[in-house]
Design a protein around this ligand. Structure first.
Ligand code: F6P
Length: 324
């Protein structure tokens, strides 16, 4: 392997810049050439490449977003798109790829790598933490802290006005952000898609909280919750059935995707960026480098996206106990 291309794809996450930096600097260290590919697989198809040196990635470890930009590429799902991407790589002399992203990114990498026998290593970068085979994805820790900080502020005003706040956090179909931010911010209830406890149970729980002397409540709702109602419908249902509740809704949205990465995310990104290049040098391909029991591990793409999202059910119990 002599020339490595690196790209970020799918929804961005804080720490992607730190991961690109680590990949590029590991390339320098092992005397490989590094190329940045703009806008994920879109840039691969359009040959939007830029040569990168160790100095090109200075002063970015602390920056949110991704300086290579990101995109979701429907074209890369087509045979023509992949063929064009392959031609561009050959023309540029790039002989391996590091792709930073989530499950869609890895699905594309697997299809492309299998078809063209092209060496690709994936690095998990998504705030959702929904990739199997790694304990954490880059950006998740920062997103959690952003969510907790926001909910802390909501708690202040909820408390002043004796209100019930429903706060929606991101996560697509995964409840990791909701569950952990909910515990961290002391939410009274947490709704996640992996465990549908039903709306009546929610109402009973809110009543119990009130009877126990609580004057305000926070319910953290994962955007992927399966309770069968979106957060605004849920608020309306509560208002209709509990007339004395003063209900407000806050959707945190993309604020969770931005901002300076936490130290944990910077270190994780640095370890996985270096790990990706080391894996390529050991002739590994078709896999993700992830973190398991604090060790960098390699996991085949086929095992990263299959099945439903894993949730530690004991956390639900903890949430239940401490919200009494
Ligand atoms: O995958 C990251 C994520 O932020 C999800 O939590 C969310 O469902 C989705 O991306 C939002 O996508 P977009 O930025 O395209 O609106």
């Amino acid at each position: 392997i002599k020339k490595v291309g690196v790209l970020t794809s799918g929804g961005d996450s804080p720490g992607m810049n730190a991961a690109i930096r680590a990949v590029v600097r590991a390339c320098s260290y092992y005397q490989l050439e590094a190329y940045g590919i703009y806008r994920g697989y879109e840039g691969l198809i359009e040959a939007d490449f830029i040569g990168l040196t160790a100095r090109s990635v200075k002063n970015i470890i602390h920056k949110g977003g991704t300086f290579l930009k990101s995109a979701r590429s429907p074209q890369f799902r087509t045979e023509e798109g992949q063929e064009q991407a392959y031609r561009n790589l050959i023309e540029q002399g790039i002989d391996a790829l590091v792709v930073i992203g989530g499950d869609g990114t890895f699905a594309g990498a697997k299809a492309f790598g299998d078809t063209y026998k092209f060496p690709i290593i994936g690095i998990p970068g998504t705030i959702d933490n929904d990739i199997q085979g790694t304990d954490y994805t880059i950006g998740y820790d920062t997103a959690l802290n952003t969510a907790v900080e926001a909910i802390d502020k909501i708690r202040d005003t909820a408390n002043s006005h004796n209100r019930l706040f429903l706060v929606e956090v991101m996560g697509r179909n995964a409840g990791d952000i909701a569950l952990n931010a909910g515990i961290g911010a002391g939410a009274e209830e947490i709704l996640i898609p992996e465990e549908n406890l039903g709306i009546e149970r929610l109402l009973e729980s809110l009543d119990r909280s009130r009877k126990s002397g609580k004057t305000s409540s926070i319910v953290v709702v994962s955007e992927g919750d399966q309770i069968g109602k979106n957060i605004f419908e849920l608020a309306d249902y509560i208002k209709e059935n509990k007339k004395d509740y003063d209900v407000r809704v806050t959707v945190l949205g993309h604020i969770q995707r931005g901002g300076s990465p936490s130290c944990y995310d910077r270190v994780l990104a640095s370890r996985l960026g270096v790990g990706a290049i080391q894996a390529l040098l050991e002739n590994k391909q078709g896999c993700m480098v992830g973190i398991n029991h604090n060790q960098v591990v390699e996991v085949p793409f086929s095992s990263t996206t299959s099945g439903s999202n894993y949730i530690d059910k004991s956390l639900l119990k903890v949430a239940d106990i401490i919200s009494i």
